[in-house]
Write a protein that binds this ligand. Sequence first.
Ligand code: ARG
Length: 412
Amino acid sequence: GPEGSDDITVIHAGSLIDTEAGQMVRDRYIVIAEGRVDKVVGRAEFERMDSPDRFVDLSEMTVLPGLTDAHVHLIGQAANYGYNSLAESTPRAAIIGVANAKVTLDAGFTTVRNVGAPGYADIDLRDVIADGLVPGPRIIPAGPSIGITGGHCDSNLLPFEYEQTSDGVADGPWGVRKKVRQNKKYGAEVIKFCGTGGVLSKGTTIGAQQFTAEEMEAIVDEAHQLGMKVTVHAHGENGIRTAIAAGVDSVEHASLITDDAIQMAVQRGTALSMDIFVSDFILSEGEAAGILPESLEKERQVGRKQRERFQAAVEAGATMAFGTDAGVYPHGRNGQQFAYMVEWGLTPIQAIQSATTVNAKLFGLEGQIGVIKKGAEADIIAVDGNPLQDISELEDVDFVMKSGRIHLTQND
Ligand code: ARG
């Protein structure tokens, strides 16, 4: 029920992952007031406190900050591809988004960046969740992704006479500036654009750059001027390089990134959001779900290569964000990517930092999410094993609190 403003919750964490220090600490008491962490104390100090309004015993669990995903698509039916997707209205997509948001939060993901949605439905989903009307993660919405005519962010399934165009399509530096301004006007907090072709779009080439350098510079300049970060969808080398040079804050996929471009990213602090889990889903279940044969062929070219480039980027010390492209695979399985990230070069604590402190910085929310310390949102999850020994523990989250409210406990 509603909590009073001086209502205190204390969580007893048997083990607690300190994502800033990168280590496990034992036997901590997390004091929560007004939806935020007030302090984290040891047993002696806890025993001197007045008894709290609510005590949550997680003494047998490993507690960590709520997880975050930099690349999800909550709006619309997951794994709905190709011509199957054409029959989905935006209202239907938004309703399904409500269900997707719940399973995402169930999985321990308390903040997500929604990088592309029709009709600004992601803005409304953000707001109904923030208003407490439906359960879900905190959402950083992009609104419609910006893309060239006929590019990965357009819809290319129907012939000319249908005049079908996706919401975010624009060409030319002033055309794209206007789209950025429009997205800001209707509530976007981050800008996503398509800088190369993609796997799942019809008639696009993964290696081919989309937008000129001039257009990319215009998008980044306009977005930064308006106080928004920019992320680019890019698989191929030219698109990746041109976008990094234009000043994007992160690169999604980055599948064919070369050593040179990794160095550019390292020097400029550009984060890489490499979705190395989703390929297995596309190649095993994609055909039955309606993925076009050309897309399956593109995925076969890019899937393994992306994992190898992920490893190269880790070895070069690049900033590795946690982004999964949830929605291509069914929502709620986001945590399955951790095991892939560990298999391909991150340590377990680095993989956890990717989904906590690294993403927090990328989202402009450093110190507010991704950490359990004074002043941070009380976004807190727990698992019954030790994810530093077995990262797959994060595939089955047992306790979820968002902004001080318990969403899920072991008994649910
Ligand atoms: N939405 C992306 C695209 O169509 C999915 C790419 C998934 N494949 C991968 N190996 N990450 O391009």
